[in-house]
Ligand binder design. Sequence first.
Ligand SMILES: Nc1ncnc2c1ncn2[C@@H]1O[C@H](COP(=O)(O)OP(=O)(O)OP(=O)(O)O)[C@@H](O)[C@H]1O
Ligand SMILES: [Mg+2]
Length: 519
Amino acid sequence: MAFLHFDNRFIRELPGDPLTLNQPRQVTAALWSAVTPAPVPHPQLIASSAEVAALLGISLDDLQKPEWVAALSGNRLLTGMSPFATCYGGHQFGNWAGQLGDGRAISLGELIHNDQRWELQLKGAGVTPYSRRGDGKAVLRSSIREFLCSEAMFHLGVPTTRALSLVLTGEQIWRDMFYDGNPQQEPGAIVCRVAPSFIRFGHFQLPAMRGELDLLNKLIDFTIDRDFPHLAAEPAEQRRALWFSEICITTAKLMVEWTRVGFVHGVMNTDNMSVLGLTIDYGPYGWVDNFDLNWTPNTTDAEGLRYCFGRQPAIARWNLQRLAEALGTVMTDHAILAEGLAQFEQVFTQGMNTMLAAKLGWQQWQESDVALTERLFTLLEQAEVDMTLFFRQLAELDLNAPDPASLRSSFYRDDLYHQHQPEFQQWLSDYAQRVLSEERLPEDRAARMNQVNPVYVLRNYLAQQVIDAAEQGDYQPISELLDVLRQPYTEQAGKEAYAQKRPDWARHKPGCSMLSCSS
Ligand SMILES: Nc1ncnc2c1ncn2[C@@H]1O[C@H](COP(=O)(O)OP(=O)(O)OP(=O)(O)O)[C@@H](O)[C@H]1O
Ligand SMILES: [Mg+2]
């Protein structure tokens, strides 16, 4: 097995919890607690990501060896690993929730490979002082979803935490999937997540709320030093301002990217917001099938729609505001924080325009495009059109004879197709005119559009089919699906089944359109 170089800065440089008592409690004046992952009876590696293993300098052969499988399931520590759970708080559904923390995430350490730092974190490896009433575990269905979506997002080009491995623990755990008093036993599993940093907005919020300002200052300096090393050269008085601006900018870019691919996170609480602008915590997320800005996959949010597709950017901004308030307890020049927030607006608006122009095959965004795209969104929503299929088919539109019939297979309902056909005809004509006004060759347009409009996304029902197979003991479909998702922008021969709109049976099926936080 290759030598592993761990350099565990988080626990070396930041104050830790003096108690070792591993039971749910408030942890104050500390940012982490040393913990030991719970042993599991029969660890079995059922999927892994070759790309992430390569990032870490681990061969796939090594990963399958008993030492690594044991490490990825929490059964043993490899040399240099020093497990810990971190302390953070957060606003959940708009309300301050106090201490949350890594209730079922245990970091193993920070691995250095090719001068890059990668934290390895097990999700579902047992209780920590932050587990509150939970068991610290994760079930197979939610772990498959986390594993696949992390890697799918990466291949789509969306900033995200990664997933190295998916291990079945051999344990059965109780879950009440729909909170309806019908708990069932489900197979337990653990994903090993990988990211340069797992620091969240909530890590700063908690010490700020508690008035632990010394701790907050330490965390800010540490985060800048470790995770934003390019800011080291900046004059000390500007460093924090630039840092906050950067968080606002990367978060704005992330929102543009989620919109581009039709991803709905589902639980954008401040504890699920990465300071690096990565997508983090793949819980009750979902992918938009029929375009609908009001859609949320999360049943817990079905009434309030706080975290629905169209509201994500506004929520990101709201979350940044909460972060600014926390930082404002020690960064007393509040104008600087306001400037950062203003950057969010600017970068988001500009990013959306550029992204939409690219999706629609336009070279430049024009003021008049606002009305044209808004008309499109309304139509897609009213006529229930599949977002992913629509943009791929639009790339093939005959600009000299635009015809809604050429897009027909992206519609879910015949009646709505017929009802909206005249408006689509009009919109497509206006669109064609708009494209032709740029004098760009149609072939070039299609190729460019296809670089930003995926063919394959992790449709909710595709993930559910793989889960159903895995729960029957067949794990091969996980890797098969991941293989297709590795090249999401390229049509792959024989893989048509992965590029279909949601079948009727999946419209209201649990797991396919309705997801709870139970995981
Ligand atoms: N089964 C569980 N046992 C213990 N704590 C849990 C469990 N499920 C969730 N939590 C904790 O509840 C809080 C909110 O949960 P949330 O669903 O956002 O996170 P998560 O899915 O567990 O993990 P993460 O954000 O690390 O991906 C977090 O503090 C989390 O650690
Ligand atoms: Mg979370």
